[in-house]
Design a protein around this ligand. Structure first.
Ligand code: ZN
Length: 411
């Protein structure tokens, strides 16, 4: 999806604001001699912004609106080095709330719902983001914050909460606790809005199995407002995002070139109207793709696929980007294989080769199973791997994170 004329005008407006304020990115643009862009090609040649750069702007170097207009800051977790500080104007806070309200509406949540919010409140964007949107919607908020499961369940029963906002792991913990205590009939939950973690089908099915609720995935990151910039619609797993506030591109994380719609790569986001800290071509390092075509729900907002992980997980082989999650998904379709697998990539006679080792947990014809898996993998990633089926227990186990991809091309 190329950038539209209207979006280009919005980008130019943001470039003017950045340069005018002389903020961190304003200076970078000035130094590069950029004052405006007049075509999609020029836009795609603009420099990227990176989280590591945002740290250099600590504490308030990103501030692009006048100080008197800044009403709040948020910060992304600084696991390594300095945190990133994002200033918000009142309009930014309002725009974010509007986007989040749309997310709730997309999930069929209304002002008759009672929304129990369990993500944390504080410097990060989680709890307060869920709350802003819910208040804009006019729903009743039960602002619990994280932890204290005893009280969570009591309030859930007494307040008759109908929507649970949570991380996937906390939703699972609450679901299992509800099951253990045999209180499902006292719980009124109908929907769960789950944010900020990658989570698998098995976990989703487990939560749904216990609670019998609809689950929605919400997308977002602190640098770009926070959670609430996209959500899946009922019955679909792809997420709609709000292209009147954001322009999304998918790039090849290695060549950094734009990829056509439908191809997998890294999400790059440009904020079109943000005032406090506009970002141009921000590299999220999240892997997804733009889903082409119209959604069955009728919404005209464009869609991205489920986040498949981070760019660090990606392997490039035979010119194709491959993610372990894609292989895992294919293997999940085979009841005869265990959860363990290993991908080995080597370079033989001038060609890249991918070998896929899988364990079987049944009495099967190894050659026949190999052939069927190879066919499925080919239809998913576009080339045929060499599949070796082995007995269960043969592949290495690890107490920590098991290393599943071994790239021998660079050893
Ligand atoms: Zn839809």
């Amino acid at each position: 999806m190329r950038i539209s004329e209207k979006q280009l005008a919005q980008v130019n407006d943001r470039i003017r604001a950045l340069v005018g304020a002389g903020s961190f990115y304003g200076k970078k643009l000035s130094e590069a001699g950029i004052t405006s862009v007049s075509s999609a090609e020029e836009f795609e040649a603009l420099p990227f912004s990176e989280k590591s750069d945002l740290r250099e702007a600590y504490p308030l170097g990103l501030m692009t609106a006048p100080e008197e207009e800044i009403v709040r800051i948020h910060s992304s977790s600084g696991t390594t080095g300095l945190p990133v500080i994002i200033p918000y104007t009142a309009k930014d806070v309002d725009d974010w709330g509007e986007m989040f309200k749309r997310c709730y509406e997309m999930a069929g949540i209304t002002n008759r719902d009672r929304i129990q919010i369990t993500p944390g409140y504080g410097l990060w964007t989680a709890g307060i983001g869920f709350q802003n949107g819910a208040e804009k919607l006019g729903a009743m908020v039960i602002p619990m914050g994280p932890g204290n499961t005893e009280k969570q369940l009591q309030m859930m029963m007494d307040m008759k909460s109908t929507v649970l906002c949570s991380t996937s792991s906390y939703a699972l913990l609450l679901a299992e606790e509800i099951e253990k205590r045999g209180i499902r009939d006292k719980i009124h939950l109908k929907k769960g809005v789950i944010g900020s973690e990658r989570w698998g089908k098995a976990m989703r099915e487990r939560i749904q199995g216990i609670l019998g609720i609809e689950l929605y995935d919400i997308y977002g990151l602190t640098e770009i407002y926070g959670p609430g910039i996209g959500i899946n619609c009922p019955g679909e797993e792809y997420m709609h995002y709000w292209d009147d506030y954001l322009y999304l591109e998918i790039i090849d994380p290695v060549t950094k070139k734009n990829l056509p719609d439908g191809e997998w790569g890294e999400i790059v986001i440009t904020t079109l109207v943000k005032e406090g800290a506009p970002l141009i071509r921000y590299r999220t390092h999240d892997l997804s793709r733009i889903v082409p075509g119209q959604c069955s729900c009728g919404s005209a907002y464009p869609r991205i696929d489920v986040i498949r992980g981070r760019t660090d997980d990606m392997i490039k082989i035979k010119g194709v980007n491959v993610f372990p999650a894609q292989i895992e998904e294919v293997l999940n379709q085979f009841d005869e294989v265990s959860s363990e697998y290993q991908i080995r990539i080597s370079h033989l006679d001038g060609r890249d080769t991918m070998r896929l080792y899988v364990e079987t947990n049944g009495h099967v014809d190894f050659a026949e199973l190999s052939r069927r898996i190879a066919e499925k993998v080919k239809s998913r990633i576009g080339f045929t791997p060499l599949v070796k089926v082995v007995e269960e227990g043969v592949l290495p186990r690890s107490e920590k994170k098991t290393k599943r991809v071994i790239d021998e091309r660079y050893e």
